[in-house]
Each structure stands twice: as structure tokens, then as C-alpha cells.
Write a protein that binds this ligand. Structure first.
Ligand code: ADP
Length: 627
């Protein structure tokens, strides 16, 4: 994603110069023509004369006031016998009526010099030239403007030229050490690196080398980084293009780009071609909604090129996608992208390593504990973590510190996951109270259930990503499985915000929409996918596309069962809500006290929260009552 168009600069400069010269020439030509036109106009303009009507003209003829008449096509240039104050004869111009014979008749034998103007050869040549050259010039200028526009996307004649040339990096400078937490992917790619290093070792024994590998994983997990690392490790050039860049408006352009890309790459073999977002061209051709000619042609060309090249030359194609299920089966068959390398979200250890890789260039103080940060960032991908380190460094500078502390890192985690604090959003007292009770509702119910995750922080400072407040819960350890009890506790905890609102204010707000969505999703999955409902037992009622990519879930049952599932989901959510209300009612004193404290402080730590909670529990315990 950080491809540098390194060799573009020197290519562009002479071309730019030529274009500038061309434009200057066009402008000079136009100026000359304008001057010529002006001069011509001036020449004809010299004979400017007063316009008179034909009747006036006839009157003047009959009164013998005219000395000379010149017939100039359909006009008569008339010179009066009268002189102006400079002594020059006065001139008139009149439109001719009738033909020349009528004029001769009118003049008769009067003493008037009658003549006919011969066509002015130079003037007619210039005007003819003007009528041809000006439109021609306009066409040329317009055309060159279009060309200039098209050049930005590869040149008019080079529409189909691959842009990969601009994105070729002779040395990426990235190695596997820069990619953390993707050990399995690295292991699979190590083999590829070895092959690029010594293709003979493989060909000697008769082994066929892979032509392509598909990197599959959610965005930001480091697929591009891995591809670059393969090129870096093997010290081969890295050609990269995004799938969407192949497909243009014109049919056939994508195909010619593919051809061009392979041609360029073959010249530099051994090398790596990286196609990001391959799904943009590799979408299955078997759709019910009609095809897309351009995409299909591009895909066909890609398939043809993949079949056509000899992998022993050391040309390897890596492609990345997060939607492998929509790829055309032809792309995935052996001999093409037959290897699939999963680049999954990093686990706890992976996240710690990614944080470490990115923290190398950052000054850290002794408080920093990456394990704690990694625990709090379950589900975050590499790019999120890289972003967090950078945000933390910015925060440290903002606070006037010379090194990043753990506090900066935690603040950065919140910025990346929840957005920045929105200081200008001032909530009314009433709203602050509602948000406060809502959040404490979540936190308290979580604390009361033994299968819930511990509370790290509660805040009612609004964030730019929409949250008006939130509870940060950090697990004690990374979990790969969830028990039924944990899921139940999660649902009760999610609904506790709404329960607190209803309990305290006897009214509800729109603030619980995200909680409701998440709770419903969990309950639905428990019933349809995890076999965790008494009613349906172990029957699998839904299927998920690509488990590791959190693909779409679709129901796999009859309509009547789907209705029953809905009823069951409703019932479970109702029970969970009742449970949340019960817990909060029983602990109303703690709820009030913590919410009051939160309104004052805006943000409280998990420790402060637990202290107040235990304090209230001690006060209300039977022992203290007796005492
Ligand atoms: P993808 O191609 O999967 O969308 P990228 O490779 O473009 O993701 O990752 C974006 C950035 O995130 C990288 O430049 C890098 O800084 C960071 N990153 C992602 N995954 C990792 C990782 N496993 N190790 C180190 N950095 C990573």
C-alpha cells in the first residue's frame, strides 16, 4: 500500500517539457492570426462610410450630388461631391437594390464615375485561411487537451499500458522480520523465497514450481507487507498493481494492461508480481445478473498469461483478497493461484510482536507493557496496532514528554478503536446522567456475573466514532473459545445499559441500539450455529461463509423454523433483560453511588469502580447490618 512511484519522475520531465513547448507554439500561432485578422479588419475598416438608404441614394443621384460609385458585390460605395472639413470627399455606403442594369439606368448620362471593385486577392486568401486555419487550430488544441487528460491515465495511445512500471520497486527493503505475528504465512512463503533464490534446485529434481499464491485475510493484516517481504527476502523486483486498476471504462484495456504487465515482469524475472484486491477482476464469471465484458476479458487474459509463462524463470504472482469466496474457480485451479495462504487477525502473541516491531523506532519509557495493550486490543489488525503506536508517540509529544508511556498507549488504543474524544459535544446534565447510569449498568452487571470480563475503565466522554460513553473490558487472557455461560453473561451485560435506564428514569432512550444489535447477534448465533438452545438442540440452522473472515451468515432451514428461531431469540433476549433488571434492582445502591461518582469525574478506572462497589457491598452485607 505504500508503493512509491520511484522511477516516474525522470520519465515525466522531458515529456512535460515537450508538451509545454507545443502549447507555447499553439498560443503564438493564435496570437499571430489575431494580429493578422486585426490588420485586415483595419484595412477594410479604413473605408468606413456612413450608411444611407437606397431612396436617399437615388435622391442624391438625381440631385447630381455624387461623384463616384463603386460596385462592391451587393454594396455600393458612394463618393459625394461634397467635401468634409479636411477637404476629403464624404463617403456613403448603400445596399444595392436591383441589378447592375438598373444602376446603369439610374445613372444614365450623368457625370458620375461608375466602376466595379475587383476582388481583393490577398484579403480573400487571408479570410479563406482564417476560416480553415482557426477551426483547425481549435481542433488541434482541443485534441491535445484530451490527450493531456488521457496521458494522466497512461496516454491516449497507451491507455492499455500497464501502470506496474510506475510501481516497480527494485528492492523493497522489507524482510520477514518486519512482519510480525504471521508465522504460518511466513513459513509457507519461505519456500517461495527459496525457489526465487535457487530455481534450479527445484527444476533439477523435476519439481514444478508454484505460479501463484493467494494471500487471504481481512484488511490491514499485512498481506501487502508480506508480499513485499517475499520480494525483499529474495532480493527480486516487486511489481505491484491493484485489481481495480486493471479495469477501466474501455473494453479490452484491462486485458492489454495484463499483457503489458506480464511482458514487463518477464523482462525482469526473477521477480514478483503482486495484485492487490484480485477480487476486482477475479470475480466469478458465473453470475445471474449478466457479465461485465471488460472484467471478463481481463480475467481471461490473466488466466491465459498465467498458463503461458514458464515458472522456472522465477516469476511468481502473489495476489491478495479478503473475499476468496467470490473468486472465479478457474483462478483457483492447480497451476494458477492454487496455494492459499491465510493471513489472519493476529492473536495475543502476534499483537505483542507487531507492537514491538513498530515500537522499534519510537522512544518508550519503563512503564510500557505491551502484553497489557495486546490484551486490550483483541480483534485489532496489524495496521490498527501500527496506528496505535504512532498515535501514542503523537500524544507523548502533545503532553510534552520525551518518551511514550503506557498511559499514552492506552489512550491511543481508545483513539484508534473508538475515535478521538469529542470535547465540543457538550451533553446536557440530564443526558450525562442517563449516559452515566447506562454505562454503570453495563459495568455493574458485568462485575456481578462471574463469567464476565473485568472492567478496565468507564467513561462518559463522547468519542468521534459516535459513542457517548463506554465501558472498557479487558479479558485476563486471550480466549479462543467462549463457554455458554460466558455468552449468556455477555448478553445480560449488553442489555444492562437499557435496563438501568428503565429502572432509574422509568423511560428509555435510543442509546441502546448498538447493544441490542450485538446481543441479538450473539443469541441468534447461539441458537443457529453453536447448538446452545434447548429448543433446537444440536441442529445446525445457519452456515457461515469463510469462518476466518467473518463472512456472511445465511439460514439453512425452512421458513417455519426461521419464524420459530425469531421467537426463540426474542424469548432469550427477554430473559436476559429481566436478569439484568433483577441484578440492578438488587444492587440499586451501588448503581446510584457509582453513577453519581462517574457524573462528577467523567472517567473512572476499573479499580475505583471496584472500590466503590465493594464499599457498598460491605455496607449492605448482613454482617454489617447486624453490626
Ligand atoms: P493488507 O494488505 O492486508 O490490507 P497491509 O500489508 O497494507 O495490509 O498493512 C498495512 C500496514 O499495517 C503495514 O504497512 C504495516 O505497517 C502494518 N502491519 C499490518 N500487519 C502487520 C504485521 N503482521 N506486522 C507488522 N506490521 C503490520
Amino acid at each position: 500500500m505504500e508503493q512509491q512511484p520511484n522511477n516516474q519522475k525522470e520519465n515525466q520531465d522531458p515529456q512535460k517539457g515537450r508538451k509545454r513547448n507545443f502549447f507555447i507554439a499553439v498560443i503564438v500561432c493564435l496570437l499571430i492570426l489575431l494580429i493578422l485578422f486585426g490588420a485586415l479588419h483595419g484595412l477594410t475598416g479604413q473605408a468606413s462610410a456612413e450608411k444611407i438608404t437606397y431612396d436617399e441614394f437615388v435622391g442624391m443621384v438625381e440631385d447630381n450630388r455624387i461623384e463616384k460609385i463603386v460596385v462592391d458585390s451587393d454594396k455600393l460605395k458612394v463618393t459625394s461631391v461634397k467635401k468634409d472639413k479636411n477637404g476629403d470627399p464624404i463617403r456613403y455606403e448603400v445596399n444595392m437594390v436591383g441589378d447592375e442594369n438598373a444602376l446603369l439606368e439610374l445613372v444614365g448620362d450623368r457625370d458620375i464615375e461608375l466602376s466595379k471593385k475587383e476582388a481583393d486577392l490577398t484579403a480573400s486568401i487571408v479570410s479563406a485561411l482564417m476560416s480553415i486555419v482557426v477551426p483547425l487550430l481549435l481542433v488541434v488544441v482541443g485534441f491535445s487537451l484530451i490527450m493531456r487528460y488521457m496521458n494522466k491515465s497512461g496516454g491516449l495511445m497507451g491507455v492499455g499500458k500497464s501502470k506496474a512500471r510506475s510501481y516497480v520497486q527494485q528492492e523493497t527493503g522489507i524482510t520477514f522480520q518486519d512482519v510480525a505475528g504471521q508465522d504460518e504465512a511466513k513459513e509457507s512463503l519461505q519456500e517461495v523465497v527459496d525457489f526465487l533464490h535457487n530455481p534450479e534446485n527445484y527444476t533439477k529434481i523435476g519439481a514444478k514450481l508454484p505460479k501463484g499464491a493467494l494471500l487471504v485475510g481481512p484488511p490491514g493484516t499485512g498481506k501487502t507487507l508480506l508480499a513485499k517481504a517475499v520480494a525483499g527476502e529474495a532480493h527480486v523486483p516487486f511489481f505491484s498493481l491493484s485489481g481495480s486498476e486493471f479495469v477501466e471504462m474501455f473494453v479490452g484495456v484491462g486485458a492489454s494492461r495484463v499483457r503489458d504487465l506480464f511482458e514487463e515482469a518477464k523482462k525482469s524475472a526473477p521477480c514478483i508480481i503482486f495484485i492487490d484486491e484480485i477480487d476486482a477482476i477475479g470475480k466469478t464469471r458465473d453470475t445471474h445478473y449478466g457479465g461485465n465484458d471488460e472484467r471478463e476479458q481481463t480475467l481471461n487474459q490473466l488466466l491465459a498469461e498465467m498458463d503461458g509463462f514458464d515458472s522456472s524463470k522465477g516469476l511468481l504472482i502473489l495476489a491478495a483478497t479478503n473475499r476468496p469466496e467470490i473468486l472465479d474457480p478457474a483462478l483457483l485451479r492447480p497451476g494458477r493461484f492454487d496455494r492459499r495462504i491465510i493471513v489472519d487477525r493476529p492473536d495475543l502473541k502476534g499483537r505483542v510482536n507487531i507492537l514491538k516491531v513498530h515500537a522499534k523506532k519510537v522512544l518508550l519509557d519503563e512503564t510500557v507493557d505491551f502484553d497489557a495493550i495486546a490484551l486490550a486490543t483483541s480483534g485489532a489488525v496489524g495496521s490498527d496496532l501500527a496506528n496505535m503506536i504512532n498515535e501514542a508517540a503523537i500524544l507523548a509529544v502533545k503532553h510534552g514528554r520525551t518518551a511514550v508511556s503506557q498511559k499514552d498507549l492506552f489512550e491511543a488504543v481508545e483513539i484508534v478503536l473508538m475515535g478521538k474524544e469529542k470535547k465540543d459535544r457538550i451533553l446536557s446534565q440530564e443526558e450525562r446522567k442517563i449516559v452515566s447510569y447506562h454505562e454503570v449498568g453495563h459495568a455493574l452487571v458485568s462485575a456481578l456475573q462471574k463469567d464476565a470480563e473485568p472492567v478496565q475503565k468507564i467513561t462518559i466522554v463522547p468519542r468521534t466514532m459516535g459513542a457517548l460513553g463506554y465501558v472498557m473490558q479487558v479479558p485476563e487472557e486471550e480466549k479462543y473459545l467462549n463457554t455458554k455461560k460466558e455468552l449468556d453473561a455477555m448478553v445480560v451485560g449488553l442489555l444492562a445499559g437499557r435496563a438501568a435506564e428503565e429502572l432509574v428514569f422509568d423511560n428509555v432512550t435510543t442509546g441502546a441500539s448498538n447493544d441490542i444489535e450485538r446481543a441479538t447477534k450473539i443469541v441468534r448465533a447461539m441458537i443457529t450455529q453453536y447448538g446452545m438452545s434447548e429448543k433446537f438442540g444440536l441442529m445446525g440452522l445457519a452456515e457461515q461463509e469463510d469462518q476466518y473472515l467473518e463472512g456472511r451468515i445465511y439460514l439453512n432451514c425452512g421458513d417455519a423454523t426461521a419464524t420459530e428461531i425469531d421467537h426463540e431469540v426474542m424469548k432469550k433476549l427477554k430473559e436476559a433483560y429481566e436478569e439484568a433488571r433483577r441484578l440492578l434492582t438488587e444492587n440499586r445502591k451501588a448503581l446510584d453511588r457509582i453513577a453519581g461518582f462517574l457524573i462528577q469525574r467523567e472517567t473512572i478506572t476499573g479499580k475505583e469502580f471496584m472500590e466503590i462497589f465493594h464499599q457498598v457491598q460491605n455496607e449492605t452485607s448482613p454482617a454489617s447490618e447486624e453490626g
